[in-house]
Design a protein around this ligand. Structure first.
Ligand code: AOF
Ligand code: ZN
Length: 356
């Protein structure tokens, strides 16, 4: 019972780093002696001290139990090994929620602690820990970023009506909520049509996210974006633009520092697997795909998404020519299934999160 209580605290601490640690994990730690927390910490941002170090920094008493949401690291990275620090601080026992999928760590952290006489319990509240670090786990194990599709739709799944002249199916509250979601990700992505028609800023305006960095990605197969669009302007340090065009784009003008020319995709567009592999190389662990219809189609059809968020307004739009969420469609026997759904009821509709 004690163990669960302290691991829950460590998980809460870890979550405070959300949006700032990628491509590294969110990690929380609590050092406990005689049932009392005498040191606590979390990984604040990429490159900063690991959670274990912050938690133990001011601990002088030996014999603590350290609750940590991820296996402590035995390697020299941007910071020295946490395992050595734990031994130096004479930690008596370690409880960790999960092994680290990072091959530099995986099991080696636990082994080194045990070889030095510190018992380690692995796996407490592992499901919660794995869910919290789903971006990191996907990034580490597949060498691709975690992909979340986010669509604003009517209850009958329309992105917009047949005139396509409304950017917004959902109301202001829902838009603000889904806008601040961007803070949880390393990058936001849109298709060329959305970039041109909506001319979005693709930045973060919510003050709570402070100076958080967010890559702005546009898939512009034919390299036809006008550089006067918002995406090319604004703060390029905090919100670096990244463009992907097809190798076959006639106009090879490079428009931004990170402008990639990749293999054309099978159904038109660009090869999404290649795009995701390049994003991995750039250290982007997660992408929020905001549309429009064409790019949702490709991610859904090629099964390259991990999570779907629907901001569904309580409205019906109907019409055979209005824009569907997944117009290419599938069949009743092989539907897109949203698993482990979390549904938030709002005055104007629903926020639905589901996983592949
Ligand atoms: C973190 N924060 O609290 C823990 C991490 O390059 P470094 O030194 O920052 O090391 C990154 C790796 O360290 C990371 O991939 C993970 O395997 C391990 N643990 N990382 O950023 C932390 N505990
Ligand atoms: Zn570490």
């Amino acid at each position: 019972m004690e163990d669960i209580k302290f691991m829950k605290i460590a998980l809460k601490l870890a979550a405070q780093g959300m949006g700032f640690t990628e491509p590294n994990p969110m990690v929380g730690a609590a050092a406990v002696k005689d049932g009392r927390i005498i040191g606590a910490g979390y990984h604040h941002r990429f490159g900063a001290d690991h959670a274990e170090r912050t938690a133990l920094k001011n601990v002088t008493e030996p014999g603590t139990t350290l609750y940590v949401t991820l296996e402590p690291c035995p390697h020299f990275g941007k910071t020295p090994p946490c395992v050595d620090f734990l031994l130096e601080k004479k930690v008596r026992r370690v409880v960790t929620a999960m092994l680290d999928p990072n091959p530099l760590v995986n099991g080696k952290g636990v082994r080194k602690l045990e070889e030095n006489g510190v018992p380690v319990d692995v796996g407490l509240l592992s499901e919660m820990a794995r869910k919290l670090n789903r971006h990191y786990i996907k990034y580490m194990t597949s060498r691709m970023p975690y992909v979340t599709l986010k669509a604003g739709v009517s209850l009958d799944g329309k992105l917009t009506d047949k005139f396509r002249n409304s950017r917004w199916v959902t109301d202001e509250t829902m838009r603000r909520l889904s806008h601040s979601l961007r803070g949880e990700f390393s990058a936001v992505m849109v298709g060329v049509r959305t970039a041109i028609d909506d001319d979005p800023l693709l930045n973060i305006r919510e003050p709570a996210w402070g100076d958080k960095k967010l890559f702005r990605i546009v898939l512009d197969t034919h390299n036809r974006l006008d550089t006067r669009l918002h995406i090319f302007n604004g703060d390029r340090e905090q919100f670096p633009p990244v463009i992907f065009s097809s190798k076959e784009a006639e106009n090879k003008t490079v428009k931004v520092k990170q402008h990639f020319f990749v293999t054309p995709g099978v159904g038109g567009g660009v090869d999404l697997k290649e795009v995701l592999a390049i994003l991995y190389q750039l250290g982007i662990a997660s992408v929020l795909v905001e549309g429009g219809g064409g790019i949702f189609n490709s991610f859904l059809e090629e099964k390259l998404y991990d999570e779907i968020i629907l901001a569904a307004a309580g409205t019906l739009i109907g019409g055979k020519d209005s824009v569907q969420l997944f117009s290419r469609g599938t069949s009743v026997s092989t539907p897109i299934l949203l698993k482990e759904r979390e549904i938030t009821v709002l005055e104007s509709g629903y926020l639905i999160r589901g996983y592949r």
